[in-house]
Design a protein around this ligand. Structure first.
Ligand SMILES: [Mn+2]
Length: 320
């Protein structure tokens, strides 16, 4: 016997849902009408040595919600009510952007244009990677939408991503925060969860400090709590939250290329997101680096999909 009883069947979910949480689709961003737009970007600027190793992330995260599609309106204890407030327009799932592993510039352009359209329609973009090169064009697009608006980036990641160039590439996943620091509309960067050994050299870390980055490494977060991070966010900030799945502990998200012990718990992540929302307006979010091929029995997909769901509920409440 190799069939296991399934939670979706227990809850009465219909089997063929293709969108995140069974949300409505939007296939034409020019006609988008929703407060929040989920969109997948399987690939932006991959390193030749590993390719687009997170290209299957968005679909795996959608699949991880399929058992809950019949239960979206039930009580969610992370919100004290349904995840989406009753009577309010819901997020939509805009599907995945096309990509070409051999044309990174075109991929970045595709992502930037999509984010610009979402912002022009007044929706909050929630971008699903893809590897951690995917946020660079999203952050770029935020500056084009409104040149006078300044942003605080809250990056939650096991790695600081401050390499100037790695493997001959400036726009790869090891350079995301350095590229962000070069954008005139990014006025503040807070980086949470760094630990262990990554690709950054000590000089990269020193460059980030000199720029003004406030670091709360994972060990400090465990010692001092989430409030130490939230205190760093000024009131009324426009906040972009950039979440690398490897920020979470590998025991809850094994599905990443760079597993690093000592990571964050699910509720530390939730409290960071809710805490940010309490200080300002979350203008955009990304969830990157989930790699289903390295996951263990879909436990990481479940955890990251749950975190995205909770984030959508937080964004829905701030849109009220
Ligand atoms: Mn990263």
């Amino acid at each position: 016997m190799n069939t296991k009883p399934d939670l979706g069947a227990l809850y009465g979910a219909t089997s063929d849902t293709k969108t995140f949480l069974g949300l409505e689709t939007c296939s034409n961003l020019d006609e988008l009408i929703a407060p929040i737009a989920l969109i997948g970007a399987p690939c932006a600027t991959p390193y030749a040595s590993v390719g687009a190793y997170c290209r299957n992330g968005p679909d795996a995260l959608r699949r991880a919600t399929s058992s809950l599609t019949a239960n979206v309106d039930r009580h969610d204890f992370d919100h004290g009510g349904p995840v989406f407030p009753v009577g309010q327009a819901r997020p939509v799932d805009c599907g995945d952007l096309p990509y070409d592993e051999n044309d990174s510039a075109a991929n970045r352009d595709e992502i930037a244009k999509a984010i610009e359209k979402i912002l022009a329609r007044g929706a909050i973009p929630v971008l699903l990677g893809g590897d951690d090169s995917v946020p660079i064009p999203m952050l770029d697009a935020l500056g084009k939408a409104d040149e006078s608006r300044k942003y605080t980036v809250l990056q939650i990641d096991a790695h600081i991503d401050w390499r100037d160039v790695h493997m001959g590439e400036r726009y790869g996943l090891s350079s995301t925060m350095r590229r962000a620091s070069e954008m005139p509309h990014i006025e503040r960067i807070i980086q949470v969860g760094a630990r262990g050994i990554g690709s950054a050299a000590t000089s990269d870390y020193e460059d980030a400090i000199a720029w003004g980055v406030k670091f709360v490494p994972a060990h400090d977060l465990h010692n001092h709590g989430v409030a130490a991070v939230i205190d760093l966010i000024p009131e009324a900030s426009n906040i972009v939250i950039c979440i690398d799945a490897d920020a979470l502990d590998p025991s809850v998200v094994p599905g990443v290329i760079g597993r690093s012990p000592g990571g964050l718990s699910y509720y530390q992540m939730v409290d960071l997101i809710k805490g940010a929302a309490s200080k300002g307006k979350i203008a955009a979010m990304d969830f990157v680096e989930f790699m289903p091929e390295r996951d263990v029995d879909d436990i990481g997909a479940l955890t990251v999909a749950r975190l995205i769901t909770t984030s959508l509920g937080v964004l829905a409440r701030q849109a009220q």
